[in-house]
Design a protein around this ligand. Structure first.
Ligand code: ZN
Length: 320
C-alpha cells in the first residue's frame, strides 16, 4: 500500500509549475434552498437572499476574474441555468468552465441509482439546452457523493469529480472496486469553503457567526501558502450569494492577488488540472466501503441491533 504524505512533493506538475490553485464557484442560487425545503418558495426575503447570487454577485465576480486575468470553474445546477440563462451565458462568454452540480441541488444521501441518474440527466439536459454546455466535471450537491455516483459519471462521459475530501492533490480512483474504469478526483475541504465562514439565514442555515472577510482571507491564504510549499492543489469553494457581498468580494480579489503572487502557482480551472492529472496519474486508488463492526456474542437490543459497534455508529451518525 502506498502511503500518502511525507516529504516528497505530493504531485507531479508540468515543468515550471510548483503547485496548482483553482477558484471555484457553486452557483446554488435558489436551487439549494428549494431542495432543502420546498416551502421556502413562499419566503420572499429568503429567496431574495439566494437571488443576490446570480443577479448581483456573479457579474461582480466575473469582473474580478477578468481584471485578475484568471479563469475559474462554476458549478451550476440545471435549475439555476433555467432561471438565469443570461448569467450562465455570461460565465461561458467570460471563458470560464461550467461544471455539473445536480438539477435542483438535490439531497443525495441514501438515494437509489435510478433516482441519482435522473438528477444527473436532467442537469445535463438543462446545461446543454441553456448554454450549449457539455460539462466534463461534477461536484455533488452538498459534496455528498454516493458509492454509486462515480460509475454514473463515467457512463455519462464525465472526466473528473470535485466532491471528496481525502487528498492534498488530484488522484485517479476506480469507479467500483476491481473496475477498469476510473475517474480523476480533485479533492475539496470544508476549511476552504465560504459557507462555514459566512453563511447565515435565520431558520435555514448558518452557525450564527458571520466571520470577518479578513479572517477568511487569512486562513485561505495560509492554506494556499502551505499547498504551494508542498506542491499540492488548492481548491477554494465559494458561493456567489455568500462571497459576492461587497467586503467579501473585495477580500476575494485580494486573495486572488496573493495566490497568483506565489512563484510557480498555476491558477486555472479544474478541467485543466484534471486534464493534466489524467496524463500523469497512473496509480488507481479504490475507496473502501466499510462494514460497521458488530460483536456477535453481544446482547441484542429491543430494536434488534446488537450492543456495540452498530448501535454506537448509529448514534454518531445521528449527531453528525
Ligand atoms: Zn452547492
Amino acid at each position: 500500500m502506498t502511503l500518502l504524505g511525507g516529504d516528497d512533493p505530493v504531485f507531479s506538475w508540468p515543468d515550471g509549475i510548483r503547485a496548482a490553485a483553482s477558484f471555484t464557484f457553486d452557483v446554488d442560487a435558489e436551487s439549494c434552498v428549494l431542495a432543502h425545503d420546498p416551502g421556502a418558495a413562499k419566503r420572499m426575503s429568503l429567496m431574495s437572499h439566494q437571488s443576490y447570487g446570480p443577479l448581483v454577485a456573479v457579474p461582480k465576480i466575473l469582473s474580478i476574474l477578468a481584471r485578475q486575468d484568471i479563469r475559474a470553474t462554476f458549478f451550476v445546477p440545471g435549475f439555476t441555468a433555467e432561471c438565469h440563462p443570461d448569467v450562465v451565458q455570461a460565465i461561458v462568454d467570460g471563458g470560464h468552465e461550467i461544471g455539473h452540480h445536480g438539477y435542483l441541488h438535490e439531497q443525495m444521501q441514501g438515494i437509489d441509482r435510478e433516482t441519482e441518474a435522473r438528477y444527473l440527466d436532467r442537469g445535463l439536459e438543462a446545461l446543454h439546452r441553456v448554454a450549449g454546455v457539455v460539462p466534463v466535471g461534477y461536484r455533488a450537491p452538498w459534496w455528498e457523493m454516493n458509492y454509486q455516483t462515480p460509475g454514473l459519471l463515467v457512463e455519462r462521459g464525465f472526466r473528473y469529480d470535485s466532491s471528496l475530501l481525502d487528498g492534498d492533490a488530484p488522484y485517479r480512483f476506480a469507479v467500483e472496486p476491481g473496475s477498469a474504469e476510473s475517474l480523476i478526483e480533485i479533492p475539496v475541504d470544508w476549511a476552504l469553503d465560504d459557507w462555514e465562514q459566512y453563511a447565515f439565514y435565520p431558520g435555514w442555515t448558518g452557525s450564527g457567526v458571520i466571520e470577518s472577510p479578513s479572517k477568511a482571507r487569512e486562513m485561505w491564504q495560509l492554506e494556499a501558502d502551505a499547498q504551494h510549499a508542498q506542491g499540492g492543489c488548492w481548491v477554494l469553494t465559494n458561493h456567489p450569494f455568500i462571497s459576492g457581498r461587497p467586503s467579501r468580494a473585495h477580500a476575494l480579489e485580494q486573495l486572488i492577488e496573493g495566490v497568483k503572487a506565489l512563484d510557480g502557482m498555476w491558477v486555472t480551472t479544474l478541467e485543466e488540472i484534471a486534464e493534466h492529472a489524467a496524463n500523469v496519474t497512473k496509480v488507481v486508488r479504490t475507496h473502501t466501503r466499510y462494514e460497521v463492526p458488530t460483536f456477535p456474542d453481544a446482547p441484542i437490543l429491543q430494536d434488534g441491533t446488537p450492543v456495540g459497534g452498530a448501535s454506537r455508529a448509529r448514534e454518531t451518525a445521528t449527531l453528525g
